[in-house]
Design a protein around this ligand. Structure first.
Ligand SMILES: Cc1cc2nc3c(=O)[nH]c(=O)nc-3n(C[C@H](O)[C@H](O)[C@H](O)COP(=O)(O)OP(=O)(O)OC[C@H]3O[C@@H](n4cnc5c(N)ncnc54)[C@H](O)[C@@H]3O)c2cc1C
Length: 347
């Protein structure tokens, strides 16, 4: 195989995994990131195979979950660090109907790997508000996002080039795939919501869904599992918890708001009445698409420009496998999954 050298723009979870998979495949990479991350670094890092709202399975979950486990564990091993944790997610049912949904779905072979059967203890669970019983998810995980980003960047710098810089698009020649005069085999853009600034890929319908999260401290909430109803509560250790998230469509700012804080406090009341102290509030921007599928592929005119974007609300679940699929496709070893290609824009 001929070794190639790619320029990767953006060091969120998407760009970091692209760089890893290029390196795994024997290619060289230069990763440019301005270190002003407003999405991957703010994310809670939850990996949940279920979508509670409709009690459905997350897209391609049978493929995404094992690949995520493999890739995060591999980076943990390489870096001698710990940021990927199995997590017990407990859904607090919001109605008798939802509890019945759980019972019915659990019987289906495609759901049973991800749902525990309901037990008497689940029904009488007393560590939070429990109106209609509770259910525990199987195969859920949590990525400590700040540690992951720091460790992955540090490790990637030993495998290729990692540059902290704001990339100026005027320094790129899109035909030659050169940056500041240096030629690359290709340029892969992974800028999250900032794709709107990209002169070649700003036609992609990726918008920003703003989300806010709180860090709280509480003496009452359980520290060994994540609770979910209207919002999630994720234990961080030492009696601190992340509570999230809000969803505000088409909003391109990362400012924390009083509205966001109040909404999260209101939502938290569905889980607990106990008092808690707010320690921190953060906001970020999710790169979302209307059909909830990412965009991966080549520019329609410049065949050395590539993109991976639209990871939406589940970047930490999707990025490990999608970046592997993109790299395999770049090497001509496989096709891209039909639901992610840019062809769907033409259709
Ligand atoms: C509040 C909140 C909670 C979330 N919770 C979860 C969760 O629990 N689980 C989950 O899986 N996902 C979650 N997400 C979604 C997840 O964060 C996204 O899917 C993911 O971060 C998108 O990653 P990305 O690499 O595409 O983009 P980003 O993380 O935005 O990375 C893009 C990077 O490129 C950089 N960049 C852009 N332009 C340039 C340039 N010109 N030069 C240099 N650098 C540039 C940016 O600064 C940034 O660092 C959450 C998001 C938010 C906001």
């Amino acid at each position: 195989m001929i070794k190639k050298h790619f320029l990767v723009v953006g060091g969120g979870v998407g760009g970091l995994f692209i760089a890893k998979k290029l390196s795994d495949a024997g290619h060289a990479f230069t990763l440019i990131d301005n270190a002003e991350n407003k999405s991957s670094a703010v994310a809670a890092g939850l990996i949940n195979p279920l979508v509670f709202r409709r009690m459905t399975l997350s897209w391609r979950t049978d493929e995404f979950i094992p690949k995520a486990v493999e890739e995060y564990r591999s980076i943990e091993q390489e870096t001698g660090s710990s940021f990927f944790h199995a997590l017990n997610i407990r859904r607090l049912f919001s109605s008798e109907q939802e509890r019945q949904f759980w019972i019915d779905k659990h019987k289906l072979p495609e759901f049973s790997p991800y749902m525990n059967p309901l037990t008497a203890e689940d029904d009488t669970y007393a560590k939070a508000k429990n109106d209609f019983g509770t259910g525990r998810v199987k195969q859920a995980f949590y990525v400590d996002t700040v540690t992951f980003i720091a460790k992955a960047k540090e490790w990637l710098a030993t495998k290729g080039e990692v540059v902290k810089e704001q990339l100026n698009y005027a320094d790129i020649d899109p035909v030659l795939a050169s940056f500041k005069g240096k030629l690359y085999s290709g340029i892969i853009f992974c800028e999250g919501v900032y794709v709107r600034e990209n002169p070649w890929f700003n036609f992609l319908p990726v918008s920003s869904t703003k989300g806010e999260v709180l860090t709280i401290s509480s003496n009452e909430l359980p520290e060994h599992e994540s609770l979910n109803r209207k919002c999630f509560v994720l234990p961080l250790g030492e009696k601190s918890f992340k509570v999230g998230s809000t969803y505000v469509w088409n909003t391109y700012d990362d400012l924390v708001t009083e509205e966001g804080r109040k909404q999260l406090q209101e939502n938290l009341k569905y889980i607990t009445d106990s008092s808690c102290e707010i320690i921190n509030q953060q906001a970020g921007m999710r790169p979302t698409t209307v059909d909830r599928r990412p965009f991966i592929g080549k520019h329609p005119e410049f065949d050395k420009l590539f993109v991976l974007n639209g990871l939406g609300t589940k970047g930490y679940l999707l990025a490990p496998l999608l970046s592997a699929e993109l790299c395999s496709w770049l090497d001509g070893k496989s096709e891209l999954h039909p639901e992610v290609t840019l062809d769907r824009l033409i259709k």
